[in-house]
Design a protein around this ligand. Structure first.
Ligand SMILES: Nc1ncnc2c1ncn2[C@@H]1O[C@H](COP(=O)(O)OP(=O)(O)O)[C@@H](O)[C@H]1O
Ligand code: SF4
Ligand SMILES: [Mg+2]
Length: 391
């Protein structure tokens, strides 16, 4: 992936890593200071919210440049300090674009991204460089080699930002690297090895050490366990759970797979074709989803309540096309596949608080959120086919 057009042009560091791109290491200063927001004029959101995304829209020019394709539309979500928010959606739904827009690596067309009360999407020039320098937002990728240089020892990669910023003596930096390795459950001796000399699970831990060494406020984890076996998967998820408690860091875990989020996330945000269709407390959403697409995802996931083939069959989409061209302008983003669609669904449903959660901690975008289930309960189960279910 190339980010050339997205990076700050004053950024002289040409490191290969994506995480380095988030920290403007061309500036002198302390890379590892905690990010506390914009200072006296800002401060934490009154509701205790660390990250607040509102009305975020991102579009990309199509080859030839004459048309733009909208990839994210009116996306809103929040993450509190110490909270894990799962972001789930099928491949192509816009999860990575959302993470990149939050981190400032992809320019949004519209909307706001507030971190600790500061509008970070609107930062320009020196303010933007200062924000990047403190490393308040860090990425964890599916492939840890996107943040660990295969040619450098693990310790050098983890301490790279500190070294470039000239933070502390060599010995102090080595101690900080050792601390970061301990934080993620690795022996500090791992610092002297190359990424190829440690296991895949250890590499992912090391990439997490590289992220936490700058004391971030927010970790954006994009499919962090998708490439790992079941045992390493659980270890990494447990580690993220420990870190949010120990460091009070807010964590967004992006996954195409609901079961990854089941054990650790407090909340789940469900994306479908670039729109948030449901956002609520994960245990309650899993128990009684309010959006037909969320219900389909849950019924099709083997590890949630055991795959519910009966429910999945009843929720089976009426269409299978994922071609954006099949969508009529303005209609509900799920209408072309939804078996509960009516004429009302020709208009985009507004986000509404779930009826029994008027405080707004559970929102759903469906005209028939309160009634589609009645139809489900009475409808005969159609013959189902695995290929119709999202993966
Ligand atoms: N830089 C880009 N230029 C053009 N289209 C892009 C770019 N990045 C992503 N897309 C498109 O945006 C859509 C969402 O992509 P992505 O955010 O990677 O989804 P996900 O992470 O959910 O799989 C896809 O159709 C993808 O092809
Ligand atoms: S708004 Fe209509 S088409 Fe969209 S999910 Fe709800 S019932 Fe289905
Ligand atoms: Mg992705």
């Amino acid at each position: 992936m190339t980010h050339a057009s997205l990076t700050d042009t004053s950024h002289t560091d040409t490191s290969h890593t994506d995480t380095t791109e988030l920290a403007d290491t061309s500036q002198s200063g302390v890379l590892a200071q905690p990010y506390a927001g914009p200072g006296e004029s800002g401060g934490p959101d009154p509701a205790g919210t660390l990250l607040r995304v509102e009305g975020l829209g991102v579009s990309f020019a199509q080859p030839g440049g004459r048309r733009r394709v909208r990839v994210l539309d009116d996306v809103a979500l929040t993450v509190r300090a110490g909270e894990i928010v799962g972001i789930v959606g099928e491949t192509g739904s816009g999860k990575t674009t959302l993470a990149r827009a939050i981190a400032g690596l992809t320019a949004p067309d519209r909307g706001r991204v507030h971190l600790a009360g500061e509008d970070i999407a609107g930062l320009r020039g020196r303010a933007r460089r200062r924000f990047r320098r403190v490393g308040a937002i860090q990425f964890i990728f599916q492939d840890p080699l996107r943040s660990l240089d295969p040619a450098l020892t693990v310790g050098t990669s983890i301490g790279e930002g500190l070294a470039i910023a000239g933070s502390g003596s060599r010995a102090q930096r080595a101690e900080r690297v050792a601390d970061a390795l301990r934080q993620v459950g690795l022996d500090p001796a791992v610092a002297g090895r190359l990424p190829a000399q440690i296991s895949g699970g250890q590499r992912q831990r090391a990439s997490i050490a590289r992220a936490v060494i700058s004391d971030p406020a927010l970790l954006l984890c994009d499919e962090p366990v998708s490439a790992l076996d079941a045992s390493n998967r659980n270890h990494i998820l447990l580690l993220l759970d420990e870190l949010r408690q120990r460091l009070s860091v807010g964590i967004a875990v992006i996954s195409h797979d609901l079961s990854t989020l089941a054990g650790i996330a407090d909340r789940v945000v469900v994306l479908y074709r670039g729109r948030v269709v449901e956002d609520g407390p994960i245990a309650e959403v899993f128990a009684r989803p309010r959006h037909p697409y969320t219900a389909l995802l849950i019924a099709s996931a083997p590890d949630i309540h055991g795959r519910d083939r009966h429910a999945a069959a009843r929720l089976r989409p009426v269409g299978t096309s994922r071609d954006p061209a099949s969508r009529r302008t303005g209609e509900c983003v799920f209408a072309h596949r939804c078996r509960f669609a009516t004429d009302a669904c020709a208009e985009t449903p507004p986000r509404r608080a779930a009826t029994d959660h008027p405080g707004g901690d559970w929102v759903v975008a469906c005209h028939h959120a309160d009634t589609w289930r009645d139809e489900l309960d009475t409808a005969p189960a159609p013959a189902a086919s695995r290929k119709d279910f999202p993966t």
